[in-house]
Design a binder for this molecule. Structure first.
Ligand code: ZN
Length: 362
């Protein structure tokens, strides 16, 4: 009579050991996949060559791929959902779209709430848009079309060669649905291997801007790209007084309003009525001598430079600095000063009168 409980305890104990073994295996497999991706990203960030993430992904060793397959095929257990989540996040870090989709699908089957927390993602050649929240089915694709059009507009107006702080890495935009927008969209510099924009939204079905609360989300997206391209001064002193991203933001907002006039892409976007270079030129606050004194005078400086040499030359100047390779780096983010811009414009502007006009302003 007494032997039965003892035997069942032994059996339970053996089962537990077996299960713990299985749990440990799924953890180990997830870890192998995550670490393989981390190694590729870390090595690339240390010696950034201009290669695409698709090319970087070719370095993923077969053992990491088979480890992921074992995670995908593992039996349901309390450890499976966290393991799948980690693998999906790692797949995002190397733009492994198929791995992300497979991992997310399995997560949705075993832990739908965890899949919701992970969100969904759209992969494009220059960026990944990740959306966390119950967005309408085509929302992320529409947002990606819009973001693509903004990047193309930056190409047309300024011609910056590199947006990401780590060359070759796609940009990331992380959309998250919130009951109310308490903090505006911002450039999140803390991620080690890529540049990311954090973007809160309240409407899951349509990208409207300005919002009913008067937030200029579209202009905000154009503005954040200005921060991604270059930061000014250092952590303690923002030399541009926050005027640079405002300048690039209004220039791109105006460019796109003209380019996509009456087209469906910008049908629910009207920021240019309030945020444009034309509007900035009219503002009494910007009628001050160009200088580095405060945000108004730096804005006046950028408008004067825009008129003196044109935005294309400003873009070329930053490309020239990028090739020179002497940027101060904080969190791998590029930091430049106005003296750098002066040197660069002097090098890239060929027209003598324009070069002198820029030098005088700076
Ligand atoms: Zn800003």
């Amino acid at each position: 009579m007494t032997s039965f409980p003892v035997r069942s305890a032994v059996v339970a104990c053996l089962l537990m050991n077996l299960t713990v073994g299985a749990f440990a295996q799924v953890d180990r497999d997830a870890e192998a996949y995550v670490q393989a991706i981390a190694r590729i990203n870390e090595e690339h960030a240390r010696n950034p060559e201009k290669v695409t993430e698709e090319a970087m992904a070719q370095q993923l060793p077969p053992m990491a791929k088979s480890a992921l397959q074992r995670v995908l095929q593992a039996k349901a257990s309390p450890q499976l959902a966290p393991a799948l989540s980690r693998c999906a996040q790692a797949a995002l870090d190397l733009s492994l779209a198929e791995d992300f989709k497979a991992t997310r699908a399995r997560l949705e089957a075993v832990a739908p709430d965890e899949a919701k927390k992970l969100g969904n993602a759209v992969f494009r050649p220059r960026f990944i848009v990740r959306g966390v929240g119950e967005f309408a089915s085509d929302f992320l694709e529409h947002f990606a079309d819009l973001f693509d059009a903004i990047l193309t507009s930056y190409d047309e107006v300024f011609g910056f060669e590199e947006f990401s702080k780590v060359p070759g890495k796609k940009l990331r935009v992380r959309l998250h649905l919130e009951p109310a927008i308490k903090s505006p969209p911002h450039f999140a510099p803390e991620f080690p291997w890529h540049s990311e924009i954090d973007f809160p939204l309240v409407n899951p079905t349509a990208f409207e801007s300005p919002t009913r609360q008067g937030q200029f989300l579209f202009y905000g997206l154009c503005h954040e790209l200005g921060h991604l391209i270059v930061m000014w001064g250092d952590l303690n002193h923002m030399e541009d007084q926050h005027a640079w991203a405002h300048y690039t933001g209004v220039v791109i907002t105006e460019h796109m309003a003209a380019k996509f006039k009456d087209q469906p892409l910008l049908a629910s976007i009207h920021d240019d009525q309030w945020r444009s270079l034309t509007e900035e030129r009219k503002l009494p606050q910007n009628q001050v001598p160009p200088s580095l004194k405060d945000v108004k005078s730096v804005m006046a400086l950028f408008i004067a430079l825009h008129d003196a040499v044109g935005p294309r030359a400003i873009g070329e100047a930053f490309n020239w600095l990028e090739h020179e390779g002497k940027a101060r780096r904080i969190n791998r983010v590029r930091y430049y000063s106005f003296s750098d811009l002066k040197r660069a414009l002097n090098a890239v502007v060929k027209d003598e009168a324009k070069r002198q006009a820029a030098a005088k302003l700076l």
